[in-house]
Design a protein around this ligand. Structure first.
Ligand code: MG
Length: 247
């Protein structure tokens, strides 16, 4: 069931979204070679607490940390650990926070130092794919218009779109209906209406779109071991069009 949000609820989601957007900027400033993924998680936990919010992912389905940190071939849901970040790594950071009963969800892929031309392009095309999707988040369009726009941009740049994981509706719950695939057909799916709030999150791979889950039960990796990037924001369809709540 899709839950449409009224303007007062969207106002609360702006506040949760701001915590998440600010947290990602803070982590981008802090992230560097030599630190562990667990240190990033601790910084995030403290930031979210200082903001008076709750880390959404902590204990979600048993997840043991406040944020997901996924490196290189890890697509999403990497568990923070003693892994040390090194020059040339891609680091995807996915964060969620709950404030005043509403959720915010966003992700970025950062580069440690210079990761080279190919990985740089993967990050920028993943980000651009998100914005191509948002351009289609218009009242009266169909959900498939967003999906198709993301897919077209990623694939026309020679990359592949993860199928096994998708974006989602978001509100009081982190994962609400509808599912928001990053692939599909324009003109198909539900009609987009005011008050719809979506986490749009392209996960784009350098090689195959196929993914596997590691034995830890969480970490999703590319089947061919090639790098992956992630870019996500919580986006509301308001009176004034699509508004990104987590920038
Ligand atoms: Mg999400």
């Amino acid at each position: 069931m899709i839950i449409i949000k009224n303007p007062a609820e969207i106002e609360l989601m702006r506040k949760a979204g701001k915590v998440v957007g600010d947290l990602l900027k803070y982590l981008e400033e802090k992230i560097c070679a030599g630190m562990t993924t667990k240190q990033l998680d601790e910084l995030a936990f403290n930031f979210i607490k200082r903001a008076g919010a709750t880390p959404s992912f902590l204990n979600y389905g048993g997840f043991p940390a406040s944020i997901c940190v996924s490196t290189d071939e890890q697509v999403v849901h990497g568990i923070p650990s003693n892994k040390i970040l090194k020059e040339g790594m891609l680091v995807s950071v996915d964060v969620g926070a709950k404030l005043n009963g509403f959720q915010g969800d966003a992700a970025r892929t950062f580069m440690i130092g210079d990761a080279g031309e190919e990985k740089r392009k993967l990050i920028s095309v993943t980000r651009e794919s998100f914005f191509k999707g948002v351009e289609q988040f218009i009242e009266g369009n169909r959900l498939g218009d967003i999906s198709a726009a993301v897919q077209k941009h990623a694939e026309s740049n020679g990359f592949s779109v993860v199928r096994a994981l998708v974006g989602h509706g978001i509100g009081r719950e982190m994962h609400e209906d509808p599912s928001v695939p990053n692939y599909g057909h324009a003109g198909h799916g539900i009609k987009l209406e005011k008050g719809l709030v979506l986490a749009i999150e392209p996960m784009i791979n350098l090689g195959t779109y196929k993914v596997l889950t590691l034995d830890d039960g969480w970490t999703v990796v590319t089947a061919d071991g090639k790098p992956s990037a992630h870019y996500e924001n919580t986006v509301a369809l308001t009176e004034n069009g699509a508004e990104i709540l987590t920038l």
